[in-house]
Design a protein around this ligand. Structure first.
Ligand SMILES: Cc1cc2nc3c(=O)[nH]c(=O)nc-3n(C[C@H](O)[C@H](O)[C@H](O)COP(=O)(O)O)c2cc1C
Length: 313
């Protein structure tokens, strides 16, 4: 497949595995890269030493390009960036913050930078900051998102209208058909998160993976808009948050609930009641756990078949 995202990252298929806290370590990232997509290590849940280990293991496991996702709210941001530079990582995805400060620093090191946004406003800022590509993520996506609630179907054509650099669509994409749709709307590639959570190589807990596979329509919601909006499965932890809301939530009270390593507890340790379980709406379409290679191969096949089929509609 000839396209701008393949050229930018030096990959075979424009399928990016989104960096994900507690799910995307070296095993998943290297498996996706070996399958022809772009694997991305999620640094957001890693202490600097742990990230170092994951980058080194990823390099051993693949000779294909891979990236690191860095949420810019990360407390040890400077240390993380230094590790990325020192270990010669070539691709960085930044998210959850302003790309203005770090983009020039990363680019000066010859690193290709993509930034994740949830609205046109932030896409324009990212382009101005000099990033090489934009991940435009609709609010159906798993994990943290914007407050504007723009869907992928709306966001991609809107961003495309005003942005010249390559666009990667994210949010609700787990099949080749959805990939084709996103590319028809103007994306040059797709970023896939939830589908890869339900993979053998994801580091997330098996019980969480099972819950993803069993999730139905309406089982997720974007909540915690006052703090950092995040799409979660509606488990007990989610219901506790709703109770706090109905009794007049203060930001302090919400922080108190969250401040107990809930994401690790849920997604990594498999506490499905007390933990935070981040996943997208598309979980309703995911019915099995597959290998990363099967996921990439199936998406490519579905994409090609859908492209042929669509002419006959
Ligand atoms: C469990 C989970 C953790 C995530 N963690 C991060 C993260 O650390 N940084 C980030 O930029 N995006 C994160 N995301 C978003 C993904 O990278 C990706 O953009 C999103 O999942 C795409 O939407 P989808 O879930 O509908 O495929 C996370 C998503 C999930 C499901």
């Amino acid at each position: 497949m000839e396209n701008r995202i393949n050229d930018l990252f030096g990959i075979k298929y424009p399928i990016i595995q989104g960096g994900m806290v507690w799910a995307s370590g070296w095993r998943l990232a290297s498996a996706v890269s070996n399958a022809g997509g772009l694997g991305v290590i999620g640094a957001g849940s890693m202490y600097p030493d742990v990230l170092k280990e994951h980058i080194l293991k990823c390099k051993e496991a693949t000779n294909q390009p891979f990236g690191v996702n860095v949420p810019m709210l990360y407390p040890n941001l400077e240390e993380i960036v230094q590790i990325i530079i020192d270990l010669g990582v070539k691709i960085v995805f930044t998210s959850a913050g302003n790309p203005k400060v770090w983009t020039p620093i990363l680019k000066a090191e010859g690193i290709t930078v993509a930034h994740v946004v949830s609205s046109l406003k932030f896409a324009l800022k990212a382009q101005e900051a000099g990033v090489d590509a934009i991940v435009a993520e609709g609010f159906e996506a798993g994990g943290h998102n914007g407050r504007d609630e723009s869907t992928t179907m709306t966001l991609i054509p809107l961003v495309k209208k005003y942005i010249d650099i390559p666009i990667i669509a994210a949010g609700g994409i787990a099949t080749g058909e959805a990939m084709l749709a996103a590319m028809v709307l103007g994306a040059s590639g797709v970023q896939v998160g939830s589908r890869f959570v339900a993979s053998h190589e994801a580091s997330s807990h098996d019980d969480f993976k099972e819950m993803v596979v069993n999730a139905k329509e309406g089982d997720t919601e974007l909540t915690l808009k006052e703090l950092a909006p995040v799409r979660l499965l509606k488990n007990k932890f989610y219901k506790d948050i709703q109770d706090v809301y109905s009794s007049g939530a203060t930001v302090e009270k919400l922080k108190e609930i969250l401040g107990r390593a809930r994401a690790k507890k849920g997604m990594f340790e498999g506490d499905l009641d007390e933990g935070e379980l981040e996943i997208g709406q598309v979980s309703a379409l995911i019915t099995n756990i597959k290998s990363a290679k099967e996921i990439v191969d199936t998406m490519v096949l579905e994409f090609k078949e859908a492209k042929k089929r669509v002419q006959f509609y």
